[in-house]
Write a protein that binds this ligand. Sequence first.
Ligand SMILES: CC(C)C[C@H](N)C(=O)O
Length: 478
Amino acid sequence: MEDLELDQVTQVINYHPRFLDHFLRTQNFIMDGDGPLPYDYRYYLAIIAAARHQCPYLVKMYEKKFINQGGKAEWLNGLDYIPSKLRAIYDINKILAHRPWLLRKEHIEGLTKGKNSWSLSEVVHAMVLLSHFHSLSSFVFSCGLTQKLDGLSSPKLKTAPAILSAAQQQLSTNQPLPPLQQQIPQQPKAVLSEITINNNNNVLDHSNHQLYNNNVPNISGSPSMPTDITTHGATSNGVAKYTPSGSPQPNVPVEALVERMKVLSQKHDECSEAELSNRFKSVEMQTAELPAAALEAAIEVPPIISHYIEDPTFTYQDFARRGAENIPSTFRVQDYSWDDHGYSLVNGLYSDVGTLLDQKFRAAYNLTYFTMGGYRNVDTSKFRRAIWNYIQCIYGIRHDDYDYGEVNQVNKCLLDRPLKMFIKTACCFPERITTKDYDSILVELQDSEKVHVNLMIMEARNQAELLYALREIMRYMT
Ligand SMILES: CC(C)C[C@H](N)C(=O)O
């Protein structure tokens, strides 16, 4: 059963088999391969990481795995029932998930000193796991994947999200399976019928809603996620408490995007270092104003995972507020980058993982089919780079050689507002993603292309967290 559930995520990622290969290699290694942490710790870290983002889908999946590999059932009663050593890393889980810029070398020092202390290799293993599952929670929500859980979803919602059924169809028909994929068991239809659209902990009556076109794979490019439910934002009395997609915003047509990418790759805007820095700041500032952040309505934590969460009100904070608290807000990649620093530090402390992560990040960053909606032979690198850098900008990370004008400037920008809102919500408040949000972005693109965007969100976010984590480890070591 558990493997089949994992398969739901796997099958959606399998829209992009080249990436899936790297994803599974990494995930299998950090969960089951050689490494400093004991297995029960690894699985428990997956649970508390997913719980930080209120992702019952992953929490339940990893509870089962935790038990299957011999974990003590008592730990599943919550944070008060785990060994003090494991408990001691909770603060790092919380900070990494929501405000990684607050991490200090003192946090690491605190863990590695005294009774029940952690070795540095164990800390690195834990950080790799935590960031993996924070990011995977973003992916699960952004693709609308979840499972039917008692008290969490309407029993009437019993069909698979269209992107999953489309992915399945692709798997079972024309898609030649890569070697790794052949090892994955096919999922019986009965299990698929258990999957529901994620709808947080609100039970709504959807009987009047046409939810989604379950059996037809979407290959025409029209959006196929449910269009007329607002489950995430609605309370049980139907009052919306969170509507990130509030006023309708125009999408930039793909035709215009393709044209903009062409123009951008032909001419280079010569501009000063100060101007580049200003452009970064203005993207950050504008991001802070997007509604995903403005609403800090108390989100009710689903009771079935609340025992894994401490301090639920600690959430993402925008650049504007970070500035007010006098926190040095920009992380400059020229000072600490994955390629030059992070990669070798991880490899040194937890062998082989740096290489696996590196290949996974590259696979996500470079993945392309040279298509965009109905267009073929398009160089999409400008668009993909804009997405990647925008995600990291949300976490205050600046790529010094990048012109953030490509993200923001009027009539030139590659990311329109609905897409920026979606990205920000998926990264920072994934549990609030609505199907409306999914539908409002990139309406001319195929589902596989939207999943591609979601993969980039997952990986760019994963890397952002690791950059902060590893920089502090480096500071602690020197
Ligand atoms: C995210 C997508 C627009 C990516 C595009 N389909 C490509 O092949 O590069």
